[in-house]
Each structure stands twice: as structure tokens, then as C-alpha cells.
Design a protein around this ligand. Structure first.
Ligand code: GLU
Length: 480
């Protein structure tokens, strides 16, 4: 049954750039919201004051904007459930913590960080798992020498035999015994909530109906469910997404895998449409469909298509998707995206009529904007650097004579358009009783410096008459 107007969220911790895993979580939530006419919320979980930075907030917003994953409520889009930065919600967290304290569902713990570290180290030495031992569980007030304002607030796990369970939309039913959970810290002494606590308060107050996030959070779901229960709130549905592995089959991580950075791909010339298309296939499928438009993604996405097996990063596939998108998008749009890559090479191509035909010619033979700009730059520059091997092979002996004949005919052409340009190659080769390649290749090397390019007529057209003749002259002069 289609859910009525779901409210879903992406809740990144702004401690670095937008990670591919984060982008996938955002995408899946976004698509689900769009498919069912719901709301996509962006919440900044910025409570780690040492690691959260305004630069990271900006990096995440930039990443989402580049991918075109627009949120309905969140930073810059205030809605009824704001603010959307956790550090701006501390009063709310305090109020609920006070309520839980007064009901005995939470308690103040005075154990210092040093004491806890020592106990944890002892446990490690004795090779047992450390679990908070309930030191302050039944205290009525601060122990001697300690102050209430130094205490953290812990959740009071109910004692006894119970278990907590949920039916994950991807993983199915998962259960944990109460005895496997401890009295976890909800709020630090300075009033800053810890992840499990802030997350539940916000997901509830923001009316979230389904929480979809990475599988690394499955275990957090149990303490979170205990909190929903303690507060008498109905929990949302959950859908935990499979891991994403790097090309080396290790968990895709910022530390080890540069490709985990969404904006790295913007810089290397992957189109956002292609990256999204690649990312949606990391753990989700719709039959054998590969290339999908945004509209199709919205039409087809649901959590029942999410698999349990990890998605593996395939760089060849990413480039393949990019080339498919080169061909799907209007050339004018690809040209627009190409301009900054040309500018980075010192080429001002804005407004140049050759841009769109160049895109059409080069999308067949290049896979990233960076590669396209590299090849395209040959057409905008004055002069060309010849590849030594290509020149030695094609700009010597008889080839030079053929090139000279071609040049004469080219110069005499009344119109510099593809057909007559190709016609020159044909006429010269027929007259000399050689294959067309014998004429086209020397020309191609003279014009582009190398042996691969679009059709020769097209290449000559794109370089332009004056520059083409100049390059041929330079090649002839070089060849003697
Ligand atoms: N801030 C958490 C993270 O970035 C959010 C996890 C969640 O979605 O609940 O991993």
C-alpha cells in the first residue's frame, strides 16, 4: 500500500565533505518523498562541537545542490518543525530529558571520563566486553565531592527479560535482548545531546514516518526504540541501507577512498545526473534497468528494491554512465558544463558556435568533461603539438605530397563545410589511387597532432579554415 505523504530525512553530521554513502541516503529518501508526495527534510546533526564546522555544512549543502537533491525543510527552508540544526534545539532536548529524569526513566551519572576510561581499559585487559555497570543507577543525589552540573544523563534500561524488535524494510525483523543493552548516555554534562537521543527527539518532533540510513546504524536503532517506548511515542519505520564498498572491496571510507567525496567527481568532470544514476545502483535495482532519468527514478524507487548485499564501486561503470548521460542531455547543456573545464585550460569558449557541434562529436569518444575538454582544447588553440610517433609515421615520404595536394584543394574550396571537406580527401586519394586513409591520416595528424579524431571533414570544420591551413603548413614545413 502506498504510504500517505511520508516525511523522511537526511541527517548528516557536518564533519567533512558530502560522502557518497550520505549522497545515496539523501537520494533514496528524496526519491521516496517525491514518489509518494511526501516531504524530504534535511537536518544537521552538528552536536560534535570539535568536528562540526560551517565549512562542512556548506560542503554538504553544495554537494546536495550539485546533485539537485532539494530538500523541502531544512537549512535555508524553514518549516514548521525547525530549527534544523541540532545545536539550535538544546532547550527541546533539555525539556524532554527533565521529563525522563522526573519519571525515573533516566538518571544522572557522576562517573567521570577518567573513571570510565579506567574501567573500560580494565575490561579490555581482562578480555571482556565493557558495559556501564550501573554505578549511579540508584543515586538520589550527587555523591560526595561531585556536583549535579557535572553529571551526564543516562537512559535507564529496564531490567529483566524483555527484548526489543523491529521489522526493517530491508533487513526484516531484528531483535535484541534488553540484557544486551546498557544505560546509554543521552545528554552530556554541558547539555549537548548524544546521537541516539537527539535523533529520536528530532525524528519524533519532525514527524518522521520512515528513517532510512546506512546499515552502520542498525545497532543504534535498539536504544532508540527503547527511548520511543519510554516517551510513549510511536517509532517510525526503518530501512537500513547496505554498505558501499570501494573498488578494493573494503568499506568505502573517506580515509582510504578519494572517490568517496561527491564533489571530487564534480571536479573530474562527472555529470551530476551520471553520479546519481551510478549511486542509485549501489544497493538498489529495478529489473535490469541501468540508465534512468530523474523521472524514472521517482516513478520506480521504493525500499523493496533495496538489496542486502553491499554495493561495490566500479570506476569503469561510473564513466560508462557518464558517457550515456553525455548522449542523453541536450548538447547545449553539456557545452555549458564543459566551459569551466575549458576555462581551466585557459580557453574562453563561451559563445563560440563550435561548442555544441564539438560536444556532439566528442561525446562519442570521451567519457568525462575533463577528457572532453582535453580533446576539445585542440580545436580552440593556435597551433598544435604533434605526437612524435604519429608524425614520424604519417608526416613523411609520400604522405607529405598527398598532404600538399590536399592543402591546395582545401584552400580553393568555396565553402568550408563537412561535405566538400570530406570530398577533398576523396578526390586526392582517387587521383593518387590510394585509400582515403592515406590522405586523411596525414591531415588528421597535422590538424590534431594525433591519429584519432572525429571524421576528417568535421575535424577540419571545427578547427576552422584559417587555423587548419596554418597547421597543415606547419606540418609540411616540419616534414621538409
Ligand atoms: N548523523 C548521523 C550520521 O551522519 C545520522 C544517522 C541517522 O540518519 O540516524 O551518520
Amino acid at each position: 500500500m502506498a504510504p500517505s505523504k511520508p516525511r523522511v530525512r537526511f541527517a548528516p553530521s557536518p564533519t567533512g565533505y558530502l560522502h557518497i554513502g550520505g549522497a545515496r541516503t539523501a537520494l533514496f529518501n528524496y526519491l521516496y518523498a517525491r514518489r509518494y508526495g511526501g516531504t524530504f527534510i534535511l537536518r544537521m546533526e552538528d552536536t560534535d562541537q570539535e568536528r562540526s564546522t560551517p565549512e562542512s555544512v556548506k560542503a554538504i549543502l553544495d554537494g546536495l545542490n550539485w546533485l539537485g537533491l532539494d530538500w523541502d525543510e531544512g537549512p535555508g527552508k524553514e518549516g514548521a518543525c525547525g530549527p534544523y540544526f541540532q545545536t539550535q534545539r538544546l532547550d527541546t532536548y533539555r525539556a524532554h530529558a527533565d521529563q525522563l529524569l522526573s519519571e525515573g526513566k533516566a538518571f544522572r551519572c557522576y562517573c567521570t571520563r577518567e573513571e570510565l576510561t579506567a574501567r573500560r581499559e580494565l575490561a579490555a585487559k581482562e578480555k571482556r566486553d565493557y558495559r556501564y555497570e550501573g554505578t549511579c543507577h540508584d543515586l538520589k543525589g550527587p555523591p560526595a565531592g561531585k556536583k549535579q552540573e557535572d553529571a551526564v544523563i543516562r537512559f535507564r534500561m529496564p531490567s529483566g527479560e524483555g527484548e526489543v524488535s523491529f521489522d526493517d524494510k530491508v533487513l526484516g525483523v531484528i531483535t535484541k535482548k534488553y540484557s544486551d543493552l546498557d544505560d546509554w548516555v543521552m545528554v552530556r554534562a554541558d547539555g549537548i545531546p548524544l546521537y541516539n537521543y537527539g535523533c529520536v527527539i528530532d525524528d519524533h518532533l519532525m514527524d518522521i514516518t520512515l528513517v532510512s540510513r546506512g546499515q552502520e546504524h542498525v545497532n543504534s536503532t535498539f536504544p532508540q526504540l527503547m527511548l520511543y517506548k519510554a516517551l510513549g511515542w510511536t517509532p517510525p519505520d526503518f530501512a537500513h541501507l547496505p554498505l558501499i564498498l570501494g573498488p578494493d572491496r573494503e568499506k568505502l571510507s573517506k580515509r582510504k577512498h578519494p572517490e568517496a567525496d561527491v564533489m571530487l567527481h564534480a571536479r573530474t568532470g562527472i555529470l551530476p545526473e551520471a553520479l546519481l544514476n551510478f549511486v542509485i545502483r549501489l544497493g538498489w535495482s529495478h529489473g535490469d534497468d541501468e540508465v534512468m532519468t530523474r523521472e524514472q527514478m521517482v516513478e520506480w524507487f521504493d525500499f523493496d528494491g533495496v538489496g542486502r548485499t553491499s554495493g561495490v564501486w566500479d570506476p569503469v561503470k561510473l564513466k560508462w554512465f557518464n558517457q550515456q548521460w553525455f548522449k542523453l542531455l541536450p548538447p547545449a547543456l553539456v557545452a555549458e558544463r564543459l566551459i569551466p573545464f575549458l576555462e581551466a585550460r585557459g580557453i574562453q569558449a563561451r559563445g563560440d558556435a563550435r561548442l555544441e557541434p564539438l560536444v556532439v562529436a566528442l561525446r562519442e569518444r570521451t567519457q568525462t568533461l575533463d577528457e572532453m575538454a582535453n580533446t576539445a582544447s585542440i580545436y580552440f588553440r593556435t597551433g598544435v603539438t604533434l605526437d612524435e610517433k604519429a608524425a614520424a609515421k604519417h608526416l613523411s615520404g609520400d604522405s607529405l605530397g598527398l598532404l600538399r595536394q590536399a592543402r591546395e584543394k582545401l584552400e580553393a574550396l568555396p565553402a568550408w563545410t563537412v561535405e566538400p571537406l570530406d570530398g577533398v580527401v576523396k578526390t586526392v586519394s582517387e587521383a593518387a589511387s590510394v585509400g582515403m586513409g592515406k590522405v586523411a591520416q596525414p591531415l588528421r595528424v597535422a590538424i590534431t597532432g594525433n591519429t584519432t579524431s572525429p571524421g576528417i571533414g568535421e575535424t577540419l570544420l571545427l578547427v576552422g579554415r584559417e587555423e587548419a591551413l596554418r597547421r597543415i603548413d606547419a606540418a609540411l614545413a616540419r616534414g621538409g
